[in-house]
Design a protein around this ligand. Structure first.
Ligand SMILES: CC(C)(COP(=O)(O)OP(=O)(O)OC[C@H]1O[C@@H](n2cnc3c(N)ncnc32)[C@H](O)[C@@H]1OP(=O)(O)O)[C@@H](O)C(=O)NCCC(=O)NCCS
Length: 172
């Protein structure tokens, strides 16, 4: 499948049904999903995959599979999605990785490349990362991705009110 983005160690490409097991290893891991209020079921994992395949067709982008070049394995997902902050639509850089691959700088490498893609290919003037206020690892990725905190708001997700911080970066 055609790469969307290539970095030093990673390839980002569209996810497909064959990626379900690699995606499930991320979304069904209790520790990885703590900021989402727990692991996903099989049904939620399939809906997540379907939503991203739908996004590729509708928007031309979504969360992409992150492939480690050295092994060819899908180690995470990262990409761009439309999100709503208090009724304003913004483009978000998102990322989540298989726990076995944390601590190698992969999320930051992918997030930086997605930000550049948003600026240069999609011609966005600003990109966002919306992060639960307890998710320190994710905030550090946003900071390494050159973002600053711009706002705080409450996101309603899985029946819970979750305070989130809004990180953003502008094009130079
Ligand atoms: C958010 C998440 C992707 C961050 O993963 P991470 O491994 O901490 O982030 P990175 O891949 O950028 O790695 C950074 C770490 O690798 C280290 N590192 C090692 N080798 C490195 C290299 N070659 N280059 C850069 N950093 C390197 C860094 O020092 C840093 O370590 P530190 O956290 O101890 O300071 C991960 O915690 C995750 O998947 N969480 C669950 C899903 C989630 O919450 N997603 C975000 C929703 S908003």
């Amino acid at each position: 499948m055609k790469p969307i983005i290539e970095t030093e160690r990673l390839i980002l490409r569209e996810m497909n049904q064959a990626d379900y097991p690699s995606l499930a290893a991320i979304l069904q891991d209790e520790k990885t999903m703590y900021a989402y209020e727990g692991a996903f079921s099989d049904r939620e994992t399939q809906m997540w995959l379907d939503r991203n395949v739908h996004r590729y067709a509708q928007e031309g982008f979504g969360l992409w599979a992150v492939i480690e070049k050295e092994t060819g394995l899908m180690i995470g997902q990262s990409g761009l999605t439309w999100q709503t902050i208090n009724e304003t639509k913004v483009i978000e850089v998102g990322y989540s990785f298989n726990r076995a691959y944390w601590g190698h700088g992969y999320a930051t490498e992918a997030a930086k490349a997605c930000k550049e893609y948003a600026f240069t290919v999609l011609h966005c003037s600003e990109v966002y990362s919306i992060i639960r206020d307890t998710n320190i690892a994710s905030m550090n990725v946003a900071i390494r991705n050159g973002m600053l905190v711009r706002a705080r708001f409450i996101k309603h997700y899985r029946g819970i009110d979750m305070p989130h911080l809004v990180f953003a970066a502008k094009t130079d």
